[in-house]
Design a protein around this ligand. Structure first.
Ligand SMILES: Cc1cc2nc3c(=O)[nH]c(=O)nc-3n(C[C@H](O)[C@H](O)[C@H](O)COP(=O)(O)OP(=O)(O)OC[C@H]3O[C@@H](n4cnc5c(N)ncnc54)[C@H](O)[C@@H]3O)c2cc1C
Length: 399
């Protein structure tokens, strides 16, 4: 049986970044993805300013920036049509890596990251799915399948970076289901009118439509809807069109537009895990926790999660300490890094789900751009989320 130090299942941003960091540290890494690469991924395709800082540390920022759009902030439009804009700018000692986020198709971003992992020495195998695994305190045996070929691989550690519906998280019994069932419909279009240098979120009762320039004259269109508000119809295109009809301001800008990729659906989402570690296994990225697409920080969390995980894996390999208890400090680091964002995401989700409340808050933030900048800076990952919860800030959002 082939033996490696680490098998990573899933070559999205979480898996590829983990693979790149481990391979650069001399770890023998097998990085697999069930899909052939490059592969599309339903996503609004916007990276927060702080994601850029991590891409820079990974040595891929120049490649990612080439042809990517720069978004200098976010424009939120409430169900009642009240708009406010928050910009990425320095706020006291909180300074964005750059005063813009990047947006580009996931085929390109994920391809660059997987190639970077391979260039650092990871054995990258697209088109190879993890089927099952047996893990214990001394290591793990992973069953892989590529077409009709099956292979068993022994590793010290398995990293589950297999995304939203992580097979590994479910097999470990740590996956918590969605509390709200929502579905997203995503496509790309050319010739959308009125696109500027900010990402846009247009909220309607039970959902929202996001628009983002992703470079090359292409706009990413992503609509998210609660199951209870799902439009009738069978096709993904038909359903997306029906959702766009719910936002006349967006519909009007699509008069001369043409969809240039299939409409892809994904959901339900908003799941989490009770913990991200088990004997000889660790989860990272969406496999560990999923962020609401509204706040657009899943890719940052995937990249940051990789940075948090890699040193724990290196230490475990060095000392042969592979038990869940040995890997548990990674859980602690995740809580420290992400707890504020989890709370912020929930608070934003609660406001967005209440049209009258969002209208009220949007009206305040339209008049108080500094507070809007603070909120958008927190979702952009460079302002500590706790600053948004200060009573003086909350007061200025509602009073
Ligand atoms: C509608 C929508 C819009 C979003 N918009 C944004 C946004 O604008 N900005 C942002 O930062 N985040 C956004 N997100 C979240 C973002 O897409 C995820 O957080 C991010 O992709 C997580 O990366 P990951 O590497 O953990 O998982 P993924 O990118 O999902 O990668 C997981 C990989 O695992 C592979 N895989 C699955 N099962 C197996 C298996 N058994 N064996 C081997 N491989 C397997 C899959 O093929 C996939 O390539 C959005 C999400 C949705 C649903």
């Amino acid at each position: 049986m082939r033996t490696v130090d680490v098998v990573i299942a899933g070559a999205g941003p979480a898996g590829s970044a983990t693979a790149a960091l481990l391979a650069a540290a001399g770890v023998r890494v097998l990085l697999t993805d069930r899909s052939p690469f490059p592969r599309p991924k339903p996503c609004a395709e916007y990276l927060s300013p702080e994601a850029g800082r991590i891409l820079d540390r990974l040595g891929v920022l120049d490649a990612v920036s080439q042809d990517a759009a720069r978004l200098t902030g976010m424009r939120i439009v409430s169900p009642g049509g009240i708009a406010f804009v928050g910009r990425f700018r320095p706020l006291g000692d909180a300074t964005p890596f750059r005063p813009w986020g990047l947006a580009l198709p996931r085929e390109r971003l994920d391809g660059i990251l997987a190639n970077a992992a391979a260039a650092r020495g990871a054995d990258f195998r697209p088109g190879t799915a993890l089927e099952s695994f047996a893990a214990g305190p001394t290591g793990v045996v992973v069953q892989l399948r590529a077409g009709a070929t099956r292979e068993a691989v022994h590793a010290a550690i398995l990293v589950g970076a297999d995304g939203l519906r992580s097979r590994i998280a479910r097999a470990l019994g740590v996956a918590r289901g969605a509390d709200r069932h929502r579905t997203a419909f995503v496509t790309h279009a050319e010739s959308v009118s009125g696109m500027g240098d900010v990402g846009e979120m247009h909220v309607f009762a039970g959902g929202y439509v996001g628009l983002a320039d992703v470079g090359g004259g292409i706009t990413n269109i992503a609509a998210v809807v609660d199951r209870a508000r799902m439009p009738a119809g069978s096709g993904t295109r038909q359903r997306l069109e029906a959702l766009l009809d719910r936002v006349p301001a967006v519909r009007g800008r699509l008069a001369g537009a043409r969809f240039v990729s299939p409409v892809r659906a994904v959901g339900p989402f908003a799941r989490s895990t009770t913990r991200a570690t088990a004997d000889a296994v660790a989860l990272v990225g969406d496999a560990a926790d999923f962020y609401d697409p509204f706040t657009g920080e899943g890719i940052f969390a995937a990249l940051r999660g990789a940075e948090l995980l890699a040193p724990h894996v290196c230490r475990a390999l060095e000392h042969g300490t592979l038990r869940a208890a040995d890997l548990a400090p990674y859980d602690r680091d995740r809580r420290r890094a992400f707890a504020g964002k989890w709370w912020l995401e929930r608070a934003i989700g609660a406001v967005v789900a209440r049209p009258a409340l969002l209208d009220h808050v949007a009206e305040r933030l339209a008049r108080r751009p500094a507070v809007a900048d603070l909120l958008v800076g927190a979702t952009g990952d460079f302002v500590p989320a706790r600053r948004v919860f200060r009573p003086s800030v909350v007061w200025r959002m509602v009073a």
